[in-house]
Design a protein around this ligand. Structure first.
Ligand SMILES: Cc1cc2nc3c(=O)[nH]c(=O)nc-3n(C[C@H](O)[C@H](O)[C@H](O)COP(=O)(O)OP(=O)(O)OC[C@H]3O[C@@H](n4cnc5c(N)ncnc54)[C@H](O)[C@@H]3O)c2cc1C
Length: 821
């Protein structure tokens, strides 16, 4: 390809970063600081010319219940505060403070819960009164304020200055930054990226990092990499100067009024996250859009703006100097798109920042640099990894629809369990209509319509009012839970990821990946983890050996692409072939002490305990259909998973439902699955265990076959951890003794008054009689049951503490008597 005349390019670099916004600059800075100085950053136009130049610059550590996000925020704040000393360029960071106000009881509850968690993570947040809010931000109306949540160390920064300072820091370490050089494509060979194409020639590279902001999707598409994100209009206005406005006032945020407020050149900046938003340029972002603004849509924004301005009455009486609308990228779940693309090795992405790119940019750059250099991340990335997303989410119709909701979610009250409402119905199971007739309330499960709970006959399956307390469906959930413990339930789990792994080497291959021994007798299911060489968890799944050369691998919906990519990347030259058969099989689980009776009544197969023991897997007949039947449970009872060819699913379902009538068969949803598995202490990857945990810390040592011939990926790390002595960090099951309070996630756990961890995932144990959770506890000393028994354990829910029982062994059926019955 002939190159246009332009700047001289280095022929090769170890890493090419594409995009010179805050994220690209931060990635380059952190790579160089970690010693990888052979880095080139390409910017299509000039640094910051995309979204970064017009950001409002809020620097807020408060507000997230993600440990990863909070750590990134704190690191970023600290970095921007100290960067000038290194580079001589100020970031404009001013720790003027930040206040979030609550004007209704639900938000008060939310912020109290968040505060407790944020304090655990190192954010010094204090609840303050309305009078104190008025004192700190005298122009705010505070008559309806129930409380404020104040962080003195938070504040604001200048996004352009931040980026320039990061870029200078990167240059000082040897990074080459080229402005006016667009990446027009990438070079690849054998599934690995090998460089970048520009109009001025190619640059060979070992790694490419796509930090192209709202252009990232288009750039990814050229390389066959799906990056589902979408730009949306994003607004703030700046008033004329207002006498009395003090630049030292904190940033004030009032999500219920859709607004945030801070001083700006003697006046006020009023920024907004309106509840119903407008995507911008779904068909594609113009390539020449630089330092651009969008025409504001007053008609659409008027009603929201009125509410925002009412918080600062004086803002209605002064002139408006700037009414700004600019585009920012949003994603389907408001989490960024980060990590190595499943489609292309060594092609990394850091984009889709959902309007917190400045305040998390430092931490994200650090994380990506670490990930590239070490080959794996050092923070929990399960919630933001690019491989959680699916190609269909990049469809124009999907982006156009979902983005209307995404931006608005930022300022909604984050009620537990609320499912996104837009772009629904994208994936339905073969049983969908039947489940709907049975009263299912569906939620978005990685795009699938998954039954969450079932309304009883005659009751509409609707959430009457979102709340932090018991909602209208609480009793239905309780009934499903009890039915699973006492009778028999049916669950549609079609969203689970299913793979056939076939070939002469399929057994040794999967055994090499799995910490457990999965290549034993045919007709056996094995629960296992996949580890990386560092010994931390990559996947938590089951492998069923159907025949010597045929295996059935099942992972959760969120791990779908991660598990698939992990297999494909480890295949090498082996005679083994991975086929995604998720769509081809409907998964119906029948579980509960009467599930054997139910199954026996629809099949001619012998399903007695002797003929069909726990962990057995067989093909059985059901009516006119054949199904793979596996005796296994994720809720702690006798039970079976049925994998039915999708075209026979309705037939099997009808047979089961008919035969289940006399047994009192009940449909059960994901709420029940969650409460049942929580009582049994079963883990859920991406929720209570993640890529930062070792298999031993996760309490899964029982599933590790350390001495199996040939070993497995991560074995040395497990051995080293064992040799290092007793564990001091372990996953602990907790049960709140008071049956009243509810837990959801991020509740702080205390031992003898001292915080030692937080509840990563929670539910309600209807059998054990209280809220339950799994918490990773850092004890700082050997952590065993004696340590648990010797302490007084409490959990902090909103602003109250409740005694809990803490246990390493499952509190429900620790001997597995019910499972093996
Ligand atoms: C109104 C508004 C207010 C905001 N307020 C805040 C705030 O207060 N706090 C906060 O944290 N965040 C805020 N944000 C969000 C923040 O601005 C973004 O998250 C952040 O700037 C994203 O940075 P980025 O580097 O990913 O994208 P960008 O800044 O868009 O950078 C991407 C760069 O890639 C370049 N590029 C694109 N394609 C190519 C190519 N093919 N080759 C080479 N270069 C290419 C572009 O020119 C661009 O410079 C706000 C956003 C808006 C719109």
């Amino acid at each position: 390809m002939s190159a246009e005349s332009g700047p001289a390019l280095p022929p090769r670099a170890r890493v090419v970063v594409v995009g010179g916004g805050v994220i690209g600059a931060s990635v380059a800075y952190h790579l160089a600081h970690a010693g990888w100085r052979d880095v080139v950053l390409l910017e299509r136009d000039r640094l910051t010319s995309g979204t970064t130049w017009h950001a409002a610059g809020l620097m807020v550590a408060f507000g997230s219940t993600s440990e990863t996000s909070t750590a990134m925020r704190l690191y970023t704040r600290d970095l921007y505060a100290r960067l000038e000393a290194e580079t001589g360029l100020s970031t404009g960071f001013k720790p003027v403070g930040f206040i979030e106000i609550a004007t209704d009881v639900d938000r008060l509850e939310e912020y109290r819960r968040v505060s407790a968690f944020n304090r655990l993570c190192g954010v010094d947040v204090h609840e303050i009164s309305a009078a104190e809010v008025a004192n700190l931000f005298p122009m705010a109306r505070t008559d309806d304020v129930l409380a404020g949540f104040y962080v003195a160390e938070d504040g604001r920064a200048n996004p352009v200055d931040v980026t320039m300072s990061l870029a200078k820091g990167a240059r000082q370490q040897g990074v080459t930054i080229l402005e006016g050089v667009p990446a027009t494509g990438v070079l690849q060979r054998g599934g690995t990226v090998t460089g970048v194409r520009t109009p001025y020639g190619d640059i060979e590279a070992e790694f490419v990092v796509n930090c192209a902001g709202m252009w990232a999707r288009q750039l990814g598409e050229q390389a066959g990499v799906s990056i589902p994100l979408q730009a949306a209009e994003h607004y703030y206005l700046i008033t004329e100067p207002i006498p009395g406005v003090d630049p030292e006032w904190p940033v004030l945020e009032d999500p219920a009024s859709y607004g945030y407020f801070r001083e700006e050149t003697g006046g006020l900046m009023l920024g907004m996250f309106e509840p119903v938003c407008a995507p911008w340029r779904v068909e594609g972002i113009p390539e020449d859009f630089s330092f651009g603004q969008l025409p504001p849509d007053w008609d659409r924004m008027g009603p929201f703006l009125e509410k925002t301005m009412a918080r600062i009455p004086v803002s209605a009486d002064v002139g408006i100097r700037t009414f700004f609308c600019g585009p920012e990228s949003f994603t389907a779940d408001l989490q960024p798109v980060v990590g190595e693309a499943p489609e292309l090795r060594h092609y990394f992405v850091a984009a889709g920042l959902n309007s917190i790119g400045i305040l998390t940019g430092g931490g994200l750059g650090r994380a990506i640099a670490h990930w590239i250099i070490d080959g794996r991340p050092d923070i929990d990335v399960t919630g933001m990894n690019i491989d959680r997303l699916h190609a269909y989410q990049a469809n124009p119709e999907y982006r156009r629809t979902r983005t209307v909701e995404s931006l608005g979610m930022v300022y909604q009250c984050h009620y537990p369990g609320r499912s996104m409402q837009t772009a629904r119905g994208a994936k339905v199971s073969a049983l969908h209509d039947r489940l709907a007739s049975a009263g299912a309330y569906f939620k978005d499960v990685s795009g699938w319509e998954g039954p969450d709970w079932y309304a009883p006959p005659g009751v509409e399956p609707v959430v009457e009012a979102l709340s932090w307390g018991r909602q209208n469906w609480f009793p239905y959930w309780a009934a499903e839970h009890r039915a699973a413990r006492e009778g028999v339930i049916l669950m549609d789990m079609s969203f689970m990821a299913k793979f056939l792994v076939q070939g002469r080497d399929a057994g040794p291959f999967l055994d090499h990946l799995s910490a457990n021994h999965v290549d034993g007798d045919p007709g056996t299911i094995t629960y296992t983890q996949w580890l990386n060489e560092g010994g931390t968890l990559e996947a938590d799944l089951t492998v069923t050996k159907l025949a010597d050369d045929r295996f059935w691998v099942v992972a959760s919906d969120t791990a779908h692409r991660h598990a698939e990519t992990w297999m494909r990347r480890h295949l090498g030259e082996r005679h083994a072939f991975v086929t995604d058969v998720t769509s081809g099989y409907t998964q119906v689980n029948v579980q509960g002490p009467r599930s054997r009776e139910l199954l026996a009544s629809v099949t001619s197969a012998d399903v007695s305990n002797e003929a069909f023991p726990f962990r057995a897997a067989r093909e059985i007949d059901i009516g006119f259909a054949r199904a793979l039947c596996i005796r296994i449970t994720y809720l702690g009872e006798l039970g079976y998973e049925l994998y039915v060819p999708t075209e026979q699913a309705a037939h099997v379902y009808d047979r089961l439902v008919a035969a289940g009538q006399p047994l009192g068969l009940r449909h059960a949803g994901l709420k029940a699955l969650s409460s049942l598995r929580m009582e049994k202490g079963y883990r859920d990857y991406g929720h209570d265990i993640d890529n930062t945990d070792t298999v031993l810390q996760a309490g899964l040592g029982f599933a590790v076959a350390l001495d199996k011939p040939g070993g497995f990926v991560g074995r040395d790390a497990v051995l080293a951890e064992k040799a290092a002595g007793p564990l001091t960090r372990r996953l602990v099951q907790v049960l709140v003794r008071d049956p009243e309070p509810l837990m959801f996630h991020a509740e702080v756990l205390r031992r003898d008054g001292r915080p030692v961890g937080y509840v990563r995932a929670a539910s309600y144990g209807f059998t054990l009689g209280g809220a339950m959770g799994l918490a990773m506890v850092d004890a700082g000393q050997p952590l065993d049951q004696a340590f648990l028994d010797a302490g007084d354990w409490e959990v902090e829910i909103a602003d109250r503490r409740y005694p809990v029982t803490a246990s390493l062994r499952p509190l429900y059926d620790p001997q597995m008597l019910r499972v093996k019955a």
